[in-house]
Design a protein around this ligand. Structure first.
Ligand SMILES: *Cc1c(COP(=O)(O)O)cnc(C)c1O
Length: 408
């Protein structure tokens, strides 16, 4: 292969239109537009209209759970669920997650305490619950990252022993299973995000699911200003309602789910096949015995084996029109206001930090064809083949930049 084919060495980018991580899955546009037209004619735009009811009922079926309360977004779902469960003092969360998991607590003046992960799964290590829980701890928010579930039995056992509430952040895990059972009915409650980048989307949106009747009732009240009836407010509340256009998108998205999964699965298989022989680049695998939505293509780059750091690989991919992302770099514990606080038990989150230096997510979803993926993996094979030249060239560029900057 001529190295000149790489943009870094003067070639043209592989993709003239950039491939992104998290381009929305849309579903059947006509069905969505019909729903929108009908809702406009009905003039019911929000306040738990027929589309929101229909979506909630579809979701309780899909997730085999008693209650589904849709929300304006996933962060509101986290805030309302944890508040309804009386989270106070502090709560244990993994640092390897989207910052909203921590912010939802902090916003309510509940202090997030960050736990380390199990490197094999990227999930909260249940042993850290034991290590971090104090008399001030009220709950745990494990995150079903990448749609793979945490060791739910172990986490729930550790939490129950200490009387801690458990809310799963299942933002990534709609349509996934644990031991054959759909994600949605575990712990005290689970939350989902239907943000545009998520597997099923409602533009913005979210939900809390639970099998606890009293909790579901409290959550419904809190989500709608505490209204029990037209003139009767019986609880403090906020506005966390999903509107009818969001629900129209949600229904359209849910109808198309099977198609999304098979498309994502094909893409995943193309990545698996193409990246298999690249030493030091490991695609995280999904348990074939469980259902997954395959919405995340996550690789770990071992710079010692490849001789190329994750950031160098990312830089080269960017020049070629592949917008690979460092989810969730640099980790919640290295973002404000958490960064400035003392570490939990004075300990570093060593495994989280190591993982955050290695993880890279690659484009997939229904906007990316399997043909695109074949080109991405061929590109990565070229990069891998020329990794030594690339590493040298990037180091030289860095030196030049530093020199130019110092002359300024
Ligand atoms: C997307 C996401 C959220 C936040 O959801 P929004 O709907 O964007 O508020 C929370 N946690 C995780 C893990 C997420 O990926």
């Amino acid at each position: 292969m001529s190295i000149k084919r790489l943009t870094l060495f003067g070639g043209d980018p592989e993709f003239s239109r950039t491939l992104h991580v998290g381009t929305p899955n849309i579903g059947d546009t006509k069905r969505f537009l019909t729903r929108v037209e009908n809702l406009l004619n009905r003039r019911v735009l929000t306040n738990r209209g027929p589309l929101v009811r229909e979506l909630e009922s579809r979701m309780t079926e899909l997730l085999s759970v008693k209650h589904c309360v849709t929300m304006s977004n996933g962060t509101a779902a986290l805030e309302i669920a944890t508040r309804a469960l009386n989270f106070k003092g502090n709560a244990i969360v993994p640092a390897l997650t989207f910052v909203a998991t921590a912010h939802a607590l902090e916003w309510q003046r509940v202090r997030p305490i960050f736990a380390d992960i199990m490197p094999t799964t990227h999930h909260l290590d249940p042993r850290w619950i034991r290590r971090l829980a104090t008399s001030l701890t009220s709950g745990v928010i494990p995150v079903n990252l990448w749609g793979r579930t945490v060791d739910i039995d172990a986490v729930v056992a550790e939490a129950t022993m200490r009387d801690l509430a458990v809310v799963f952040d299942s933002s990534h895990a709609f349509g996934c299973t644990y031991k054959g059972k759909p994600v949605g009915g575990f712990g005290d409650a689970e939350i989902f995000s239907f943000h545009a980048t998520k597997f099923v989307n409602t533009f913005e949106g979210g939900a809390v699911t639970t099998n606890d009747d009293a909790l579901a009732e409290r959550i419904r009240l809190m989500q709608n200003f505490g209204f029990a009836d037209r003139d009767e407010v019986i609880h403090v509340g906020i506005n966390g309602k999903m509107n009818e256009v969001q629900a129209a998108m949600g229904l359209t998205s849910v109808e198309a789910m099977k198609g999304f999964i098979s498309h994502n699965h094909e893409n995943y298989c193309a990545y698996l096949e193409g990246l298999r022989y690249l030493d030091g680049i490991n695609l995280i695998e999904y348990d074939a015995a469980e259902r997954n939505n395959y919405q995340y293509i996550v690789i770990e780059v071992d710079d010692v084996v490849t001789g190329l750091h994750r950031d160098q690989l990312m830089q080269v991919l960017h020049t070629e029109g592949v917008d690979a992302r460092r989810y969730f770099y640099p980790g919640c514990h290295r973002m404000e206001p958490y960064r400035s606080r003392p570490k939990p038990n004075g300990q570093d989150l060593k495994l989280t930090d190591e993982m955050l230096a290695r993880v890279l997510t690659l484009p997939t979803g229904t906007a990316v064809t399997t043909g695109d993926i074949r080109r991405v993996v061929a590109l990565m094979q070229r990069i891998h083949e020329r990794r030594n030249d690339i590493s040298r060239k990037l180091a030289k560029n860095d030196r030049t930049t530093r020199l130019t900057n110092s002359r300024r």
